[in-house]
Design a protein around this ligand. Structure first.
Ligand code: AQP
Length: 326
């Protein structure tokens, strides 16, 4: 059975973008793959996280996975920092990765430009991500299109390592959601919707109250035309709402446009709000049932037990291939 693996950072309550870009795919494919999903807490500390909030976010993210439909019987769920072999592997891979290729990563360029004192971890983040993927010989990595570049670098690192030291890693493929959609910020639709965005009005969080979600969608930035047309360059706001509607309902963009061709922006936004609220309310109800359950620890204990042995074996193989130790 082929393996898929993905991880999300507990940098805040996850967004509609994270859900549609990554989690929904994991749910869709969990019957057909050996699926691994983790909490990328080591990645999250590449920018400062308040320790108390981080710990709360970690637990909340596990509950969100489960509430979204990630089935613990079909997925291995674990916390990245509990498996020390990810960082061990990462160092060995760092020594085969190039400064030039890391410097070209768009996420690094974006995040480092916001702060003069960014961490070295922010720069080497893609190598840790490569370790997460390569440790388990994942065949496919379901991510939003914004993370495609990082999976490509993991491929390059794997190919280079295999060439230098002999066959050690499976070369993974990226798996972008059917619609290949990047969900954009509702206020500034030229920028992606992000957990760590400064303006909360542009971001729909999975645990936002229905009324808050409605308000954010109704006030989403659009344009002065009054025609529902897909044009990401000239009509990014309306195009983003088309993408959201399409990703939630499963309709193609063309079908969405046809359905709303006679609607004005107000009516269209209301319909978008309805489908988002409907989908997220179900998740929220399940979340409230799960968040205080003892099951969470049990699931995480099982996850770490399974993944530590797998990652350790890969680390030992790498050390052997590289001539490390005795
Ligand atoms: N706007 C988006 N549209 C589609 N997919 C998205 N993803 C993130 N934003 C969008 C996908 O969600 C997964 C989560 O990735 P992450 O938590 O490791 O970090 P990220 O990509 O950096 O997500 P954020 O929300 O922007 O977090 P912060 O603000 O902390 O940097 C990935 O699969 C990503 O593609």
């Amino acid at each position: 059975m082929k393996k898929i693996l993905t991880g999300l950072q507990p940098t805040g309550v996850i967004t509609l973008g994270n859900y549609l870009g990554a989690i929904k795919q994991m749910v869709k494919y969990q019957n057909d793959f050996d699926s691994y999903i983790f909490i990328a807490d080591l990645h999250s500390i590449t920018v400062f996280q308040d320790p108390k909030t981080l710990r709360e976010n970690i637990k909340s993210l596990v509950a969100i996975y489960l509430a979204c439909g990630i089935d613990p019987d079909k997925n291995t769920i674990f916390i990245q920092s509990e498996n020390e072999y990810h960082t061990n592997i990462s160092w060995l891979l760092e020594c085969t990765a190039y400064f030039g290729e890391m410097s070209r990563m768009t996420q690094f360029k974006d995040k480092s430009s916001k702060n003069a004192n960014f961490s070295v971890g922010l720069f080497t983040y893609p190598v840790l991500m490569a370790s997460d993927i390569l440790a388990y010989d994942a065949d496919l990595v379901p991510v939003g299109i914004d993370q495609k570049q990082h999976v490509e670098i993991a491929r390059d690192i794997a190919i280079r390592f295999n060439k230098k030291y002999g066959d050690t890693f499976k070369v993974p493929d990226v798996m972008i959601n059917d619609k290949g959609t990047k969900i954009m910020d509702l206020v500034t639709p030229t920028k992606k919707m992000s957990k760590s965005s400064e303006n909360p009005k542009g971001v729909i969080r999975l645990l936002d109250e229905p009324e808050v979600i409605r308000k954010k969608i109704m006030s989403a930035t659009t344009d002065s035309e009054s025609c529902i047309k897909y044009d990401m360059e000239n009509k990014p706001g309306i195009s983003n709402l088309i993408n959201i509607y399409s990703s939630i309902t499963g309709l193609d963009k063309e079908e969405v446009i046809e359905k709303f061709k006679d609607s004005n922006y107000g009516n269209f936004k209301k319909e978008v709000a309805d489908v988002v609220v409907d989908e997220l309310s179900k998740i929220q109800n399940r979340y409230n049932e799960i968040i205080n359950s003892y099951e969470i620890d049990k699931i995480l204990d099982e996850g770490i037990k399974k993944t530590r042995d797998v990652a350790k074996a890969k680390y030992e193989l790498m050390k052997d291939r590289m001539g490390l130790g005795r």
